[in-house]
Write a protein that binds this ligand. Structure first.
Ligand SMILES: Nc1ncnc2c1ncn2[C@@H]1O[C@H](COP(=O)(O)OP(=O)(O)O)[C@@H](O)[C@H]1O
Ligand SMILES: [Mg+2]
Length: 334
């Protein structure tokens, strides 16, 4: 599809250049012919002035006239050659430029295709599970109330999981569009951290995990709702990937032109080989899946990265398996 589009664009690009060049050449040729015609009539008038008697042109004069006529033909040939060279050159340049124009569009389309494929694949798994459990329950003609309720509860969990996946997918597309800049306002990081900690506290309590945080006023320009989402994602991971009764800590401060936010835990840690892929969509470390068996789709950190990008910041991670992880976010200060 893109090969065809590239050739079409090449034809359009080189067509425009050659059309301009032909128009320009026709103009030059016309000017040169008019000029030569004027010179020829002038010479002829000089050679045959009306008052004098007719003098036959000398061979030298004839040759001069011939030379002038030849100039006209030579200009035409040079112009034709020039246009052929321009056609070849503009086709090559057009092909290159068309490639340059189409490359980012091709990449974006590939990315979109992969996104749709990944999303459909992730949705298919809970949907199949849901379908199977409902079909099995329906096939059992003597199903008792307890089993029916169990199937319903199970189905509800699958539906909840799909809702959470679609919400995450929507968040990701929203934050990747990068059009939140208009809603930037002066926000206090203290409020953002407090709101996020309050959201994660119940999950922490259920595992006996305490969340420590500082309460300093630090102001920055940003989108409040998305920053709350960012901190919530990091805190949620810190709690989710920690064993019971561990500590989770969130610290923030302003260092020169930047605000540094660090979320640390003493949890299961992340293997070195997983670190480069952690912020990719749907990536989940095998270690975290098997050891702690937590629910999730691997979208949290890619959403976090999109939010950080919108705020012109950066996000990084340091981790040791069995000891814990520190996620550090660097955002430009106000
Ligand atoms: N604090 C953490 N400790 C250990 N592993 C983590 C931590 N944060 C993230 N991870 C790893 O990174 C993966 C991706 O995280 P995320 O994008 O939030 O997706 P999810 O939590 O849904 O799996 C997780 O599956 C886990 O393997
Ligand atoms: Mg997560």
């Amino acid at each position: 599809m893109f090969k065809k589009a590239r050739i079409k664009l090449t034809v359009v690009y080189s067509g425009i250049i050659v059309a301009i060049s032909i128009a320009f050449s026709l103009f030059i040729y016309r000017m040169v012919s008019v000029e030569i015609q004027q010179r020829l009539s002038l010479i002829e008038r000089r050679l045959n002035p009306p008052q004098r008697i007719y003098l036959p042109p000398t061979t030298q004069n004839m040759m001069f006239i011939e030379d002038l006529r030849e100039v006209e033909d030579r200009v035409l040939i040079i112009l034709i050659y020039t246009n052929v060279v321009i056609l070849i050159f503009s086709s090559l340049a057009g092909y290159f430029l068309a490639g340059l124009t189409l490359h980012p569009i091709e990449n974006a389309m590939e990315e979109q295709k992969r996104f749709i494929a990944d999303a459909s694949h992730e949705l298919k798994t809970p949907l199949t599970a849901l379908q199977t459990s409902i079909e099995v329950a329906l096939r059992d003609k003597k199903i008792d109330l307890k089993s029916a309720l169990f199937t319903l509860k199970d189905s509800l969990n699958d539906v909840k999981s799909m809702t959470s996946l679609t919400n995450d997918l929507l968040s990701l597309t929203r934050y990747q569009q990068n059009n939140l800049k208009e809603s930037f306002a002066r926000v206090n990081l203290k409020d953002i951290v407090e709101t996020s900690v309050n959201k994660i506290r119940p999950l922490g309590k259920s595992k006996g995990i305490q969340i420590e945080f500082n309460k300093d006023d630090v102001f920055l320009s940003g989108n409040k709702e998305s920053l709350e989402k960012l901190i919530t994602i990091l805190l949620d991971n810190a709690v989710k990937y920690s064993q019971k009764k561990k500590m989770v800590n969130i610290k923030y401060n302003c260092k020169g032109k930047y605000i540094i936010i660090a979320v640390s835990d003493n949890g299961i840690g992340i293997p070195k080989e997983d670190l480069p892929y952690l912020f990719e969509r749907f990536y989940r470390s095998d270690a975290s899946r098997s050891k702690i068996n937590t629910l999730g789709f691997g979208l949290g950190l890619s959403i976090a990265k999109s939010i950080v990008n919108i705020h012109n910041g950066s996000i990084g991670v340091e981790s040791t398996v069995g000891k814990g992880s520190i996620f550090t976010v660097k955002l430009p200060a106000e």
